[in-house]
Write a protein that binds this ligand. Structure first.
Ligand code: HEC
Length: 120
């Protein structure tokens, strides 16, 4: 019995270590964010005005949902946009809130492929 428990402990350790060494997908390197909080910040700081409520793109901004943008590029762009997007400083949008936004955007589905009424 003791041997079995020791074996189980070793197995647990090996699995834990192996798990820790698996390279994390891009979005797991982002600071922890909460999609529900992100939805609120998304609306309060005005991302929706250009990117749409569901981050599916709007008249003024591209779709961010279902693109699996890596956190590094996502956050860097918000801090230093290259073109028409306004800049958000750490003061206006703390990184913790940006992480919530990122979680929200990651949780949004792609828009429907087509809008049947318009195709008729
Ligand atoms: C006034 C309109 C506007 C607002 C508000 C806005 N964006 Fe943008 N955003 C854009 C446009 C337009 C682009 C496309 C590139 C450009 O012109 O800067 C863009 C690009 C981006 C990109 C890069 C996408 C890519 O393809 O790499 C990210 C990330 C992004 N926006 C996030 C946000 C977040 C998060 C917010 C809210 C904090 C926000 N944006 C608010 C207009 C806006």
């Amino acid at each position: 019995m003791k041997t079995m428990m020791a074996a189980a402990a070793v197995l647990f350790l090996v699995t834990a270590v192996a798990g820790a060494q698996t390279p994390a997908p891009a979005q797991q390197t982002a600071p922890a964010g909460n999609a529900d909080s992100g939805a609120k910040v998304w609306k309060s700081v005005g991302c929706w005005q250009c990117h749409g409520y569901e981050a599916q793109g709007g008249a003024a901004g591209p779709r961010l949902a279902a693109r699996n943008l890596p956190w590094t590029g996502f956050s860097a762009y918000v801090r230093r946009p290259a073109n028409q997007m306004p800049l958000y400083t750490e003061k206006a949008l703390p990184t913790a809130d940006l992480a919530h936004i990122y979680a929200y955007v990651q949780s949004r589905p792609a828009p429907p492929q087509n809008i049947p009424l318009l195709l008729k």
